[in-house]
Design a protein around this ligand. Structure first.
Ligand code: NDP
Length: 560
């Protein structure tokens, strides 16, 4: 069995045999879009970065700008990464992973069963006790820095592989997923030898004034172990979703490793390839065997990992439903748990907000990564007096987005990750129509093969509608209106979730007023979907508990 680059047996189909999905201007013919989306007859705005006259009679178009997929060699088969090497599953089972933009099979991947989970947890335990746990933080940091640098060196390879396996536009995997993943390793490498100064136990020894080093003010728990260096928990079982496969792996692995834990990571069934390439990077960085183990498989593999008695900590990102199941499985076992679950965020636009800027934020909030984002701004709350103009500008802007081949550098909207997810989005959108909301999408040619859903806006949405309450996890926006700031807060908080929110206004005082009242772990002001490794991220209520990122992210992996 092999890592990502070294192929065994027959390799995956070469690029020239693959019929890539064509980039399709979401507007179809731009003249057509202008007619249908702009009642006043104004043409859809051309993107700012393209100049020059438009040929009479038809809209100009971008030339295709595909990223070459030859940068990455995809093997025909991949093994499990356990104890520093790749090997088949104990019972030899495998499953396929496909390119959602073309339905082309990319590779076959080992499906880990209970015996493999046993083996991975045993390898992680041994590495924890004999190598990684006792290793000084400054030495652990060197490995993390090395992983971060290799991620940067191989960034294009990772970006192409992520877009192939996930369906997201290369522009996003190249500019967001991969750089942020490297940034997380850099950031947590910096903490590895400073854990006793992090305000999580050990604060007084470190000379931090204020008893708990300010921890109580910032939400980092601690104090009980004041004066003692915080200790790692042991073996961490980490289960991640398919929407940001590499980035979620980095969010989980970097803080766990920096704090001296060893890891068994279970990537999502539909997106295993970049986690396996990251495993190869661990080999390349000389990480001691067993410190990171990657078990590919389905929900049952995740369930076996969660239930394994040799695991000290479970970190999960995914659906609220599975999060609740994991909570029940872990209850009473003494395992530590953090859950980062779903959301139904409100993106609140006041009448004093600059409209064009707000429209960019709305588009970024819900159409980034096809809306497969737990913190997506899927409910637009817009002040009634500006609702018409905001919706009109939004439609004009959506008509300029390009949907299609994820490897084309011009593409804004890629493929839906799986048939199951496409069916779920389609079903909920149909419910929205049946409930009485008005559905709108720009004229849009969808590629014939693969899983696609056009950017969709529902207006006339009432708070009781399912499209206003349930996480759709797709490029679907529900528009609601409000008259007063109090009403905006009430409507924004009218959700069982509490992960994120956005506020658009020119008044700083209003931003602070709103931020104090919105029940969300993250509130973005005049921006949306901004992530930084130094900034904590996490939710309330059905969005889960625990924080990832920043100093707070260390606490999830330390016993203080
Ligand atoms: P899941 O929550 O089912 O999957 C997340 C991860 O958990 C995957 O690795 C999955 O494996 C694994 N898993 C599934 N069942 C179990 C279990 N019983 N015990 C342990 N691990 C398990 O998300 P889905 O991919 O099925 O997506 C369903 C919905 O969840 C989406 O439509 C969306 O609404 C929401 N979602 C939210 C995310 C978020 O970030 N908040 C991320 C992804 C989805 P496998 O992939 O093999 O099933």
């Amino acid at each position: 069995m092999t890592g990502i680059r070294a192929s065994r047996g027959q390799s995956a189909r070469p690029p020239d045999e693959v019929a890539p999905a064509q980039s399709a201007d979401v507007a179809g013919q731009r003249g057509e879009a202008a007619a249908s989306t702009s009642p006043g007859g104004t043409a859809a705005r051309p993107p700012d970065d393209v100049a020059g006259p438009r040929p009479a009679g038809r809209g100009w178009d971008y030339a295709p700008a595909p990223e070459s997929r030859e940068i990455v060699t995809i093997a025909a088969e991949y093994g499990l990464f356990v104890d520093g090497t790749f090997s088949p599953a104990a019972d030899g089972r495998e499953f396929p992973t496909i390119n959602p933009a073309t339905e082309e099979p990319l590779a076959r991947v080992a499906l880990a069963g209970p015996a493999d989970v046993d083996r991975a947890v045993a390898a992680a335990r041994q590495a924890y006790e004999q190598v990684w746990g006792p290793m000084p933080g400054a030495e652990r940091a060197k490995y993390l820095y090395r992983i971060a640098r290799i991620l940067q060196e191989r960034a294009r390879e990772f970006a192409v592989l992520e877009s192939l396996d996930n369906g997201k536009p290369i522009r996003e995997s190249r500019d967001v997923d991969v750089p942020l993943a490297a940034a997380h390793f850099f950031y947590y490498a910096g903490w590895a030898d400073k854990l006793e100064y992090a305000g999580i136990g050990g604060a007084s020894r470190a000379g931090v004034t204020g008893g708990d080093g300010g921890a109580s003010r910032t939400g980092v728990t601690g104090g009980a172990g004041r004066g003692m260096a915080p200790r790692p928990l042991g073996v961490a079982g980490q289960v991640i979703p398919w929407n940001f496969p590499l980035l979620m792996a980095a969010w989980k692995l970097a803080p766990a490793l920096a704090t001296g834990n060893t890891c068994v990571l279970k990537p999502a069934e539909t997106t295993p390839l970049t986690a396996l390439l990251l495993a190869e990077v661990c080999q390349q960085a000389g990480l001691p065997p067993g410190v990171v183990n990657v078990l590919t498989g389905a929900g049952q593999t995740g369930s076996a990992l969660v239930g394994h008695t040799g695991v000290n900590k479970i970190a999960f990102t995914g659906s609220t439903e599975v999060g609740k199941e994991i909570s029940r499985a872990v209850a009473g076992t003494g395992k530590r748990l953090t859950l980062e679950l779903g959301g139904k965020a409100a993106n609140v636009v006041f009448d004093d907000a600059p409209v064009d800027q707000a429209v960019e934020g709305i588009v970024n909030g819900i159409f980034f990564n096809q809306g497969h984002v737990c913190c997506a701004g899927s409910r637009l709350l817009v002040q009634e007096s500006v609702a018409d103009i905001v919706v009109e500008r939004l439609r004009e802007r959506l008509a300029t987005l390009r949907l299609g081949d994820p490897l084309d550098k011009n593409t804004d909207i890629g493929a839906i990750n799986s048939r199951e997810q496409l069916d779920k989005i389609s079903a909920l959108a149909a419910v929205g129509e049946a409930e009485g909301a008005q559905r709108w999408s720009p004229p849009c040619r969808l590629p014939e093969r693969g899983y696609w859903f056009p950017p969709t806006v529902f207006t006339g949405v009432s708070q009781s509608y399912r499209i206003a309450r349930e996480e759709i996890f797709g490029p679907v926006l529900s528009v609601l209106t409000f008259r007063t700031p109090e009403e905006a807060v009430t409507k924004a908080n009218n959700t069982p979730y509490g992960l994120s929110a956005g506020v658009w206004t020119e008044k700083g005082s209003r931003i602070l007023w709103m931020a104090q009242r919105l029940r969300a772990g993250v509130v973005w002001a005049n921006t949306y979907n901004r992530f930084d490794p130094a900034s904590p991220f996490g939710g309330y209520r059905e969005s889960g508990f625990g924080r990832e990122g920043g100093r707070h992210g260390l606490a999830a992996y330390l016993d203080a």
